[in-house]
Design a protein around this ligand. Structure first.
Ligand code: SF4
Length: 243
């Protein structure tokens, strides 16, 4: 699990899953051999674990990439253990069985790539051109979409059907608007006109507040991130299209 230019929000999101819980995931279902956030190890010990995992599981391991990769000036803007993110991702990906870019940053560049993008931040598919990189965009990504892909690969050695941007079709094949619980209000022309108005309190459609649900490919409206029912549209905020 490689961390580059990101906020660690995708890992934080994964830590809050309950089926499976993260303890069951990393102790019973997979072997998490390298992850800076969840490691007790640091420094040489951590780097040694990465190299050992790559050698012992060459061609079989899943390489998860979280965060964008800066490519300007040969990648000097992000270095770990004396190596650039660019060097690390190319090295680790070269022996991986599957590649998963989790979050908007690893998928497309995300916040770090916003104009004027001083570090040349970009997503993993751009750096690893020619390889199949599964993208799980979102800010953060829905951990269950990630687990669906990772555990399918761990169990069957296969990947789910992907669209032309590398997104699993089971999660990104429809737009949020299609399954939104506020959709009947949209169809009936009942819209929130400003935050806090009567329509807002009644849970009407947020389209006129700038909701991006009609153009956003994701399954947030039917698959929550954790056990709480809260999600942006559910608590009265328009979708910002983070995926
Ligand atoms: Fe569509 Fe957004 Fe309205 Fe939901 S709140 S019905 S996604 S426009």
């Amino acid at each position: 699990w490689l961390h580059f230019q990101e906020c660690t929000g995708c890992t934080e999101s994964l830590l809050r899953t309950s089926h499976p819980k993260v303890a069951e995931l990393i102790l019973d279902l997979v072997s998490l051999d390298y992850c800076e956030t969840l490691f007790a190890a640091a420094g040489y010990q951590a780097e040694e674990a990465l190299h050992a995992a790559m050698e012992q599981n060459a061609g079989k391991y899943i390489c998860v990439i979280e965060g964008s990769i800066p490519v300007k000036e040969n990648g000097i803007y992000c270095k770990i253990g004396g190596r650039t993110a660019l060097d690390i991702v190319n090295d680790v990906a070269s022996k991986a069985g599957a590649l998963i870019a989790i979050g908007a940053c690893a998928s497309w560049g995300g916040v770090a790539s916003a104009d004027p993008n001083p570090t040349g931040a970009t997503g993993a598919p751009e750096v690893l051109k020619g390889k199949t990189v599964v993208t799980i965009p979102g800010c953060p990504a829905n951990p269950y979409n990630f687990l669906g892909v990772a555990l399918q690969y761990a169990t069957f050695g296969t990947l789910p059907a992907l669209d032309d941007l590398g997104r699993p079709k089971f999660a990104y094949g429809r737009v949020i608007h299609e399954d939104c619980p506020r959709r009947p209000h949209f169809d009936a022309g009942r819209f929130v006109q400003q935050f806090g108005d009567e329509a807002h309190r009644l849970g009407y459609c947020l389209y006129k507040m700038g909701c991006k649900g009609p153009a956003t490919h994701a399954n947030c409206s039917i698959q929550r991130f954790g056990e709480v029912e809260a999600w942006p549209i559910g608590i009265g905020h328009p979708c910002v299209g983070c995926t």
